[in-house]
Structures are given as C-alpha cells and as structure tokens.
Write a protein that binds this ligand. Structure first.
Ligand code: URA
Length: 440
C-alpha cells in the first residue's frame, strides 16, 4: 500500500512587489495583478509582509471585494504555501463535504460512512470546535479509545479499506490561511466573503478531493445569518472549486433552529448512531440523505439508494469499521452527564421558536464547547431537546434538558436561553430545511 502523494510548499519564483502598492490598489477599488497577489500571500507567510500590512489589505478586501479571478489567485497562492495531497492512486472516486457550521450539526458522522458504503472514498479532514459551533473531532472523541490523529499512511490505508475517514487535518495544508485567519479574527475582517471563500476552499482543494459538496448555512446559529450573504458565499465557493478542477455543488440550508434533538458531543454521537440504525430525528435524516445524494452524484453514482443503505445496515457496518480503524469501540457506553436540569412548558400551545444561537451558547457554557483552542471539552455536557418548533405541548411538559458534569454551570446556561424559545397559540409555518441547490 502506498501513501497519498504529498507535494508542495513551493510557491514558485515570485517577483518582489511593494506591499503598499498592493494595499493601495485594493483600497482604491482596483484589481491586484496576479503576480502581485501571489507575492503578497507568499511574502506574508514568510514574515516579510507585516501583520499590519496584511490587516490593511484584508480590510480593503472586506470593503471593496475581489473579482472572481482575484479570489482564484488568492486561493491558489494559499494552496501553494503548503503541501498538496493526492488520492489519485486510490483507484476510487473521492468526495468530501464541508459545512460552514451550526448548532447540533453532526451530519458528518452519519454521512461519511453512508457515502463510503457505496464504494466511494470520503477523506473528511476536520477540526475541533471553537465558540458556539461544535467540532466534529470533539464529538467523535466521546467514543472511548477513538483517535483523531492519523499519519498520511494510515489515512490512505483506511480510505482504501473502509472508505470513510474522519480525522484531524494536518498543519501542512495551506499554512498561509492559518496565519491570515488568526489575523482576520482580531482585525474585524472575518466577514469578507472573498476571504472566507478562499480560506475554506484552499484547505479543501489542498486536501486533494475529486469533488466537494458544501453545506452553506444561514440563520441565527450560522456563521452567515443573512441568506443573501450565505448565497453569495456558496456561489463564490462553487465557482472557486469548479475553476480549480474540483467538481463542487452547494446546498443552502436553514440554521435558525438547532439540527436534531442533541446539542453537545456524546449525545450527538448517540443521535448519529440512531440515524445509521434507520431512525433519528427527521431533519437530521433529511439533510444526511440530501447531502449523500449530492456527494454520490458527483462521484458518478446518481442512482445510489441512500435510504436503503440506512435501513439495511450497510451504513452502520461502515460506521463500525470506521470507528474501529481509529481504535474506537463502537459498542462502549458513551459518557453520561452526572446532573440534568429539565425546563418545562409554562403554558399549553405550539412551540413556535427555538433559536439556534442561544442554544449553541448555552451548550457551550455547559462545557460542550471551548473558549480557547487549548481548553478541553466536557463530552457528556450539552442539551437534549424534547420538542421542536411545530410540536404541540401542554403546560408542564418537558421542553429540553441541560446536561452537565455538575449543576454549577446551569444558571449561566439558562441566562443564555432567556427568550430563546417561545410557545404560541398557532402552529408556526413550516420552512424548508434545504432552501436551494447551487451549481456551477
Ligand atoms: N472557516 C474557515 O475555515 N475560514 C473562514 O474564513 C471562515 C470559516
């Protein structure tokens, strides 16, 4: 078995330019010539362009935007700053999924083994959570023994054998993005769509997947609250993937309400296993199936019967093999909370709202997420919802339960949830979970 080919870390011969000229060009609404833009990213990665100069450039991009060509060059320059993987010798199609993140978003867990059950390789290089959106690796680390760090050889062997891998992304992919993203975080420039698109897509393209499906979320718990901006981000990323030779489509999906009934880590694994067993909450099943269909269509299997693979145990078999391959025990009991606190309905009626962001913040305050990259997470902490918007309830009926290591964090979590859920006399109008499909 050979390892994936890894190449790169070479931006090629880049002629020197003046950072101030590059900043001025963008500040004045012009376009930056390709060689100057490549130089800017390379020189910044090497420490020749200062943080202050890159911050000014990022702000100019936020205010004045970038052309499609500039975004392509920027992405390409960030890819060239690190290594590039290739799974060409694997002998099967590779397809990946990226979600822009949301509350209760555990879809990667059932999705990767489901797609792999059809003979497609799914290299899902993931991260840990920061703030109110959870991280896929944190969720999987609830499983006793499971290991996130794989060598390139292990990754390749598991893709060849099981087909599905969810593991930690190595630090060698797009190091320019790592530096730039940290700078954007402290300079109010995270929200620039060209910078978000090039950041996400540089990592995904460097990873070497043949095709990619993007789950771009809008709404209260999403990175992009506004649907118009989320659509623009989705279109930009689809164009970037396509221009770079990665077949890319996107689904625009609603993140105003948490996905499923579990928000946390261990409870999200439990819910994912329910989906793999042919059950689970309707919204998690719907999105898993919609994304699996997109991925399989890009991998040349448009007629794959995705529902059947959930019903007949093929997806569950792939899950168990995927967990075992990374030293996890799929049969081991998951961490359980020591204390719970249940919130009940104060009146009868219909649940009209459960707003994703406050539920995400509350789960985070309970310990399910982290405030700093080096903090640990409490795997058993989180929130179990008992109802969802549209459900009819009676007074005193349990609405949701806070799960904690002890009760000391419940008060701060309840503060975050003040006004987050509502009960009204009329059933709310149903809104689609998948709003749009975006193609090149
Ligand atoms: N996620 C990323 O990886 N980059 C961004 O810029 C925003 C979200």
């Amino acid at each position: 078995m050979s390892a994936p080919e890894v190449s790169g870390g070479d931006a090629g011969a880049v002629e020197p330019h003046d950072a101030v000229d590059v900043i001025r060009a963008k500040r004045d609404g012009g376009t930056v010539p390709e060689d100057a833009l490549r130089w800017m990213i390379d020189a910044y990665t090497r420490g020749y362009v200062a943080d202050s100069q890159m911050a000014a450039f990022a702000m100019a991009v936020l205010l004045n935007g970038m052309t499609r060509d500039e975004i392509r060059v920027m992405t390409d320059a960030m890819i060239a700053s690190g290594e590039r993987m290739s799974f060409a010798s694997l002998g099967k199609p590779t397809v990946d999924k990226h979600s822009t993140g949301g509350v209760g978003d555990k879809i990667t867990l059932p999705l990767a083994p489901l797609v792999a059950a059809f003979g497609v390789a799914v290299p899902q290089l993931s991260g840990r959570g920061l703030g109110h959106t959870g991280g896929t690796l944190d969720k999987l680390e609830s499983i006793p023994g499971w290991r996130a760090a794989l060598s390139n050889d292990e990754l390749f062997a598991q893709l060849a054998d099981v087909g599905a891998v969810i593991c930690a992304a190595g630090t060698g992919l797009a190091p320019a993005d790592k530096k730039l993203y940290a700078l954007r975080d402290v300079t109010g420039t995270v929200e620039a769509i060209p910078l978000i698109a090039s950041s996400i897509m540089s990592k995904k393209i460097a990873e070497g997947t043949d095709s990619l499906v993007l789950d771009v979320k809008f709404g209260s718990g999403a990175f992009m609250r506004d649907v118009v901006k989320a659509r623009e981000l989705a279109r930009t990323m689809v164009a970037l993937g396509t221009d770079s030779g990665v077949a890319t489509t996107a689904l625009l999906t609603d993140m105003n309400t948490p996905l499923g009934l579990a928000i946390g880590n261990a409870n999200e694994v439990r819910e994912s296993v329910e989906v793999l067993a042919g059950g689970g909450p309707a919204d998690v099943v719907e999105l898993t199936i919609a994304l699996a269909r997109e991925m399989l269509a890009l991998a040349g299997k448009p007629d794959a019967d995705v529902e059947a693979a959930l019903r007949d145990g093929r997806a569950m078999d792939a899950w168990r093999r995927m967990i075992r391959a990374q030293d996890g025990d799929p049969d081991a009991p998951l961490p359980a909370p020591n204390e719970t606190h249940t919130v009940t309905a104060t009146s009868a009626g219909y649940v009209t709202q459960m707003e994703a962001l406050p539920f995400g913040i509350a789960a985070w305050r309970l310990g399910a997420g982290r405030a700093r990259a080096q903090d640990p997470v409490l795997h058993a902490a989180g929130i179990d919802l008992h109802v969802k918007p549209g459900d009819e309830v009676v007074a005193g009926q349990p609405l949701f339960a806070l799960l904690g290591e002890d009760g000391s964090r419940f008060e701060r979590a309840l503060d975050a949830l003040d006004g987050a859920w509502k009960i009204g006399t009329d059933a709310p109008a149903r809104t689609p979970l998948v709003l749009e499909r975006i193609t090149a």
